[in-house]
Design a protein. Structure first.
Lengths: 162, 162
DNA sequence: TATTGTTATACTCTATAACTATA
DNA sequence: TATAGTTATAGAGTATAACAATA
């Protein structure tokens, strides 16, 4: 055995009480904590968006379309880093809900210019407020505003490296 | 429109160059950046673990078993927050690779006491070093040691809230 | 030839529910 | 009746590859 078991970081033994087992080795990795934290955030997001008829990815697509009117599906898939084929279903879903519209482009009959409908714009504003509330509740009790900004900044730095 | 578009945080327009589209609204959310960051980390982890014949979850299971000899599958699934049914396949895979063993327990013939084999112990040490190297490379160029500790601490706080 | 959107398909990860053997 | 492990199945979420229409 070439590795000493790490000293538990801060208030550790997250799971110890329930099971009698520890995850200190894994807890020393940023990636492990990031996965666990993201799963919690995702679960909470799902609960917040469901009553609005949105999922994480449809909310993301709607946000990008609101921010970038007349964007194409290919551009959308590049911004959100998913395949074009996956975007079709997401745009279908939003179009079926009358939240965005696929508009033909004069110069190029292959592509669509996507726009949020008035209904889509209104729903997005509601959803945005709901997600902001969700993050304020979830993170507000744990981290100061400065810490939250720091966390977001560090995560963003990591994103930009990819 | 009740919301002003947020000022881009720090060096923003992550995706602007490639597509001409922005994600500033989403970029203001911690959850969005966490997802994007985690996907990068996960992709890198996969690349690091694949030559060792491990995936993220089998590495996690192996780590917990090394740290908690004679743990049961139910305890394991509680620590890693997955269902018992999903644990069966993971333990099968590690057992088939002769990395852990399912040992019968004298007092209770329903349960297994899981242990890493010598081969499993050695592979885990190699994998642990590889993952440490992966994190050092990925995060070292972006964040100071203090920042990395801070990031891990904040993520852990979020985990503990769940 | 290359690009946009599309379809069909498959793969990974995980959850649910029902089963068995033990307790 | 309750628990540990198991199996079968299904649902997300996403990727790959091939295709039609258009450039």
């Amino acid at each position: 055995m070439t590795n000493a078991k790490p000293t538990p970081v801060e208030a550790d033994d997250m799971t110890k009480a329930a099971t009698g087992a520890t995850d200190d080795y894994l807890g020393a990795f940023i990636g492990y904590n990031m996965k666990r934290a993201f799963l919690l955030v995702q679960e909470d997001m799902r609960r917040v968006l469901e009553p609005l008829g949105l999922r994480m990815m449809t909310f993301s697509v709607l946000s990008i379309v609101v921010e970038n009117p007349d964007i194409s599906q290919t551009q959308l898939s590049q911004v959100l880093k998913i395949e074009r084929s996956g975007m079709v279903v997401l745009v279908d879903e939003l179009e079926n809900g009358d939240l965005i519209s696929r508009n033909r482009v004069p110069g190029d009959r292959r592509t669509y210019a996507l726009r949020a409908t008035p209904k889509g714009q209104r729903l997005w504003e509601k959803a945005k407020a709901a997600v902001e509330g969700h993050e304020a509740t979830l993170f507000g009790g744990l981290l100061s505003d400065e810490e939250q900004a720091l966390l977001r900044g560090m995560l963003r730095k990591i994103c930009m490296a990819g």
